[in-house]
Design a protein around this ligand. Structure first.
Ligand code: ADP
Ligand code: ZN
Length: 695
């Protein structure tokens, strides 16, 4: 039975928690709150000023959308980009919430819809482009209607230091004072300076109730590799994920173009994006990316805030990002829907030099530059980490966690060695040559290569000449890179990148401190990350059938695929295989409106796949295992909802059943090897009975 959609418009008191859960379930189709959401929602509904810092994908929008449904009046949402607003409005309308936007890109009909909704009181959320705040008519308009609160999305845009700065955001404080309503600010940017600026500018310096939610994004797999034919590394990574939407970040515009071409040439659907393109072309790429399933965008960091697609399955860095914050923000664009997502970051000594130089040559004041070096150092530390990346990353944000099991270093621990002596040799070579040379010449000295340059400078007479013969040039390069990574040495831009020792190296030089280095940095460069699929083999065909259905529906309605259902929802459908609309309603992401609009169509994909004679069954027709197959199918149908019919629906694919029929397992262990734990638990005994009776 479908739950009738209630209207939540006129309520005098704050709704009890159970009502909020109902709204969450019936309107958005979510089973529960994500970590932190409930507290924020309750505080926002109470009418307090709120600052919520949540990671990307943490579910910030719900924190003002749900209160909008629970409170009287209109929630005014300020959001920096038209594309973001349109996305959210479309998403809300698709679940049956009356929402609209006032932007310069509106059609007359859209604007009329907003005014009608304001007049008749049906509009729950009004999205407003910040540039509208510049005109006094906007303030007058807003005063006329019952605006209950202001929600500011991407609140860090108010920070003059950030590269997302929007001058119009500075008018929000005045708007808050004029309307005299509570304000909630949301951002994923966590550093203390930005936070202070937000409090200063949006809340007149009076600290609001502040929520800082954990930074972990457990569904995102983390991996780094040392550059070693980087184009090939990126191609291989993309090849293993064909058909999935992804972003490749590059340090230069030229590289985005050449890498996009290379990806296209090897059969991917790819395009490039950078700040030098004209705005129309950029918008075109943004629109394609939002809509198409499986497009790869190769981009500079200009491809950023406007990227609101929840089903980006991977993010790769062809070059090292500029800081640990940038890295976190960029990888954070993957997997916002909560389904598994992967990241892959390439780095090398060249990257370190490039990023250092960019900071040194930047226009920022000295203390800012020093902080930027620190942020780069934190990222380099993460690249050269010796244990769990997630542990290292979260430690930077002040969180502690166990080894995660979802990063390259948990997958395959690195070998390490005591690098103290090698580092001391390198430092000695640097100092004895007056900190005037780059790694190449220094390594020639260490390995005892009497090149022309070495001879011309008399460097073969140095006591360090040849002391490092035990390591190859390749290995020395890894040592130098790691020394840069640990910020023991820095390229000096005034001396063409000659390496200088930093104070951090002193304790090692004096033999007061040891340093552990990675052994296999070079070898691991050749390992490509494993191919990872979103569901098990047996669920994969159903998932692609569901995706095909989604694509058809999205194209017909001219909306992005995820507006129909996101990946996480389809994955759950493929795994749980709901058999009725009731079952379907229990899938996360299926609310009342979507159940009514799409439920039956997706259900028929699932049940249709089970009803029709499966090709696998057709293949074994007439053979001895055919009747066994049919009996297994029957036994399975009886248990689809568990022994007492109340459990989550579960079934086995045709090929699994065929395998059981063919291999005739005799004990639970053997069966479990075929079916996996979950299915063996549900069907094990029944299947074993069928097999043993068949003799
Ligand atoms: P961000 O914090 O980055 O703004 P969004 O608000 O866009 O994140 O939410 C990210 C994704 O998570 C969206 O696809 C949204 O539908 C989903 N989501 C949000 N809250 C929940 C929830 N409680 N249960 C399941 N999915 C949720
Ligand atoms: Zn880990």
């Amino acid at each position: 039975m479908l739950t009738p959609k209630k209207t939540y418009q006129q309520q005098d008191t704050y709704p009890p928690m159970s009502d909020l859960s109902d709204l969450l379930r019936n309107v958005f189709g979510f089973d529960g709150f994500r970590s932190g959401q409930q507290e924020i929602v309750e505080t926002v509904i109470r009418g307090d000023n709120v600052l919520a810092i949540m990671p990307t994908g943490g579910g910030k929008s719900l924190c003002f959308q749900l209160p909008a449904l629970a409170r009287q009046g209109v929630v005014l949402v300020i959001s920096p980009l038209i594309a973001l607003m349109r996305d959210q409005v479309r998403g809300l309308q698709s679940v049956g919430v009356v929402a609209g936007a006032l932007t310069s890109a509106n059609t007359d009909a859209e604007t009329q819809y907003v005014y009608d909704g304001l007049e008749n009181g049906s509009l729950k959320l009004l999205y407003l482009a910040p540039e509208r705040l510049g005109s006094s008519s906007t303030f007058a308009l807003l005063r006329r209607y019952n605006i209950s609160m202001i929600a500011v999305d991407e609140a860090h845009c108010v920070s003059q230091w950030g590269h997302d700065f929007r001058p119009d955001y500075l008018k929000i404080g005045e708007l808050r004072r004029t309307l005299g309503v509570p304000l909630s600010a949301f951002t994923a940017t966590a550093d203390a300076e930005t936070r202070d600026e937000i409090v200063e500018r949006l809340f007149d310096g009076v600290p609001p109730v502040t929520f800082l939610r954990g930074f972990d994004r457990p569904n995102i797999h983390l991996a780094f590799a040392i550059k070693d034919n980087p184009r090939k590394q990126i191609l291989e990574f993309a090849d293993a994920r064909k058909g999935q939407s992804g972003i490749v970040y590059c340090a230069t515009r030229a590289k985005t173009e050449s890498l996009a071409k290379a990806l296209e040439d090897s059969g991917h659907n790819a395009c490039f994006y950078h700040g030098g393109m004209d705005p129309d072309d950029r918008r075109h790429v943004e629109a394609r990316f939002a809509k198409e399933d499986g497009l790869i965008v190769v981009a500079t960091v200009a491809f950023g805030m406007g990227v609101d697609k929840p089903d980006i399955r991977w993010v790769a860095h062809a070059d090292l990002p500029k800081s640990i914050e940038a890295y976190y923000q960029e990888i954070g664009r993957a997997g916002r829907d909560g389904a598994p997502a992967e990241t892959f970051t390439l780095y090398g000594a060249e990257d370190i030099r490039l990023r250092r130089t960019q900071i040194d040559e930047g226009l920022a004041p000295a203390d800012r530059r020093m902080a930027d070096h620190g942020r780069l150092n934190a990222l380099l530390g993460l690249s050269e980490a010796l244990e769990c990346r997630r542990k290292t990353l979260l430690a930077y944000f002040g969180e502690t966690t166990e080894a995660c099991g979802k990063c390259d270093l948990c997958d395959a621990p690195v070998e390490t060695f005591d690098g103290t002596q090698n580092v001391r040799m390198a430092l000695s070579a640097i100092l004895r040559t007056q900190e005037s040379f780059g790694a190449g010449h220094l390594i020639d000295i260490l390995t005892g290569k009497a090149t022309d340059k070495v001879r011309a400078r008399g460097h073969e007479d140095l006591p360090t000449f040849g002391v490092g013969r035990a390591l190859s040039t390749h290995q020395w390069n890894a040592v130098f890179r790691q020394m840069m990574g640990h910020d023991l040495i820095r390229p000096d831009r005034e001396r063409h990148g000659a390496l200088r020792m930093t104070d951090a190296a002193l304790p090692i030089l004096r033999d007061e401190q040891k340093i552990t280095l990675r052994m296999d940095s070079i070898r691991s460069a050749r390992q490509t990350p494993k191919v990872k699929t979103l569901v098990s083999d047996e669920d994969a065909p159903l998932l692609s059938a569901l995706k095909a259905k989604r694509r058809a529906l999205a194209e017909a309605a001219d909306v992005p695929a995820y507006i129909v259902f996101n990946d996480k929802t389809l994955i759950e459908m493929a795994q749980e295989r709901p058999q009725t609309l009731d079952d379907m309603a229990r899938i996360s992401g299926v609310g009342a409106k979507k159940l009514a609009t799409y439920g039956a169509e997706f259900l028929s994909v699932i049940t249709g796949a089970a009803d029709r004679v499966h090709p696998t069954r057709r293949k074994i027709a007439g053979r001895s295992e055919a009747s066994l197959y049919d009996q297994l199918l029957e036994a399975q149908a009886d248990l689809a909802r568990g022994r007492d019919g109340t459990e989550k629906p579960l079934s086995c694919s045709a090929s699994l059943l065929a395998k059981v029929a063919q291999m005739r397992p005799r004990d639970h262990r053997a069966l479990e090897r075929i079916l996996g734990e979950r299915r063996a638990e549900r069907f094990g005994q029944a299947f074993l009975d069928v097999v043993s009776q068949a003799g």
